[in-house]
Design a protein around this ligand. Structure first.
Ligand code: GDD
Ligand code: MG
Length: 325
């Protein structure tokens, strides 16, 4: 069977103040009809079973938004590496042999999603490997993993190298050399992931899963699956995909997904006068006069203003707020 495993334990820090600790990015709709999480669950309607993997504090919010999916909670947030290994173990216990289609819950995707992910699932069974989906890049983004494909046949290729989040210069080089972006969509059997993880920083956790899965999880350091497993994997493959795909990672991304209104990307209501290239996002009304290339985001009683090309730095605000309790 094909089991969809939706990752919904991140917070989406860089979309503050729309995202907050009790209202992560995947719970938001960003102008669409339903939450990104519900869209994700809808997109994998063809799977035999659907699990949403999340942290305890989001579990009720998940059930409310996607009542038909099974919810799996991890003991504490430790990033995607431990979370995926833990889930592979628990699902193998519950379901037995299957292919896991691991999907982020915070993306905008359109195009032949079912065809692409069914192909990835088939390749995962055929190769017993770790299968990624590759997107052709259109800019040297630094927030993604980059995949160098080997010789391709039958719609997939071995991964020659996988480099998670390179710096700008390296990313520029990779785009020129025809690398793919890692879409963050993976297919593997629980056994394939767990055996790859057994020779990774997750090794000691994986060894102890059978004995006491929660204790094993408690002892491991946080790390993403990209750094922990994929960068060093020897049996990884890539299925190139013509998907219209966006991670919506930070506010500047909204320029790509929203229609331009008088030269600005607007989510919510806005008046703009002599203002261009701004991202204006709010649950109310924003006015911008005589300013260019800013992000102005206002949700609840919180307002953020940052130059668009420094939109990644919103992280610093959230870190500061956390330190203040
Ligand atoms: N259950 C659970 N637990 N889910 C998590 C956790 C966790 O601790 N941390 C993150 N997630 C979820 C997020 O909610 C998101 O849906 C997904 O896992 C990916 O996590 P991100 O934190 O958004 O990863 P990223 O965007 O920095 O990088 C990954 O995705 C890129 C594409 O969007 C990597 O796989 C990159 O290589 C890839 O290019
Ligand atoms: Mg992401």
């Amino acid at each position: 069977p094909i089991v969809a495993l939706i990752l919904a334990g991140g917070t989406g820090t860089r979309l503050y103040p729309a995202s907050r600790s009790d209202r992560p990015k995947q719970f938001l709709s960003f102008g669409g009809e339903e939450s990104l999480l519900a869209e994700t669950v809808g997109r994998v309607g063809f799977a035999d079973e659907t699990y949403v993997l999340t942290r305890e504090s989001f579990a009720d919010g998940v059930r409310e938004r996607v009542p038909n999916a099974a919810v799996l909670t991890e003991p504490e947030p430790k990033d995607t590496g431990p979370a995926l290994a833990y889930a592979a173990h628990r699902i193998r216990e519950q379901v037995g042999d299957c292919v896991l289609l691991c999907l982020p819950s915070d993306h905008r995707i359109s195009g032949p999603f079912e065809t692409v992910t069914r192909t990835a699932a088939r390749v995962a069974v055929e190769t017993e490997g770790l299968v990624t989906v590759g997107i052709e890049p259109d800019r040297p983004a630094t927030g993604y993993g980059y995949i160098k494909p080997g010789e391709s046949e039958n719609g997939f290729a071995p991964v020659e190298t996988f480099h998670e989040k390179p710096d700008r210069e390296t990313a520029t080089e990779y785009v020129r050399e025809g690398f793919y972006w890692n879409a963050g969509l993976f297919a593997w059997t629980p056994t394939a992931l767990l055996s790859a993880a057994a020779s990774s920083p997750l090794a000691s956790m994986v060894e102890r899963l059978d004995e006491d899965a929660d204790a094993a999880f408690g002892a491991v350091d946080p790390v993403s699956v990209d750094y922990a497993v994929l960068e060093d994997a020897e049996n990884a493959f890539v299925v190139p995909a013509a998907l219209d795909w966006d991670d919506l990672g930070s506010w500047d991304a909204f320029e790509r997904v929203l229609d331009s209104r008088d030269g600005n990307a607007v989510l919510g209501e806005a008046v703009t006068i002599d203002a261009n290239g701004n991202v204006l996002a709010s649950d109310g009304h924003v006015s911008a006069v005589g300013v260019d290339d800013l992000v102005i985001a206002s949700f609840d009683d919180r307002t953020l203003v940052v130059p668009k090309d420094e939109a990644q730095r919103v992280r610093e605000v959230v870190a500061e707020l956390r330190d203040d309790g």
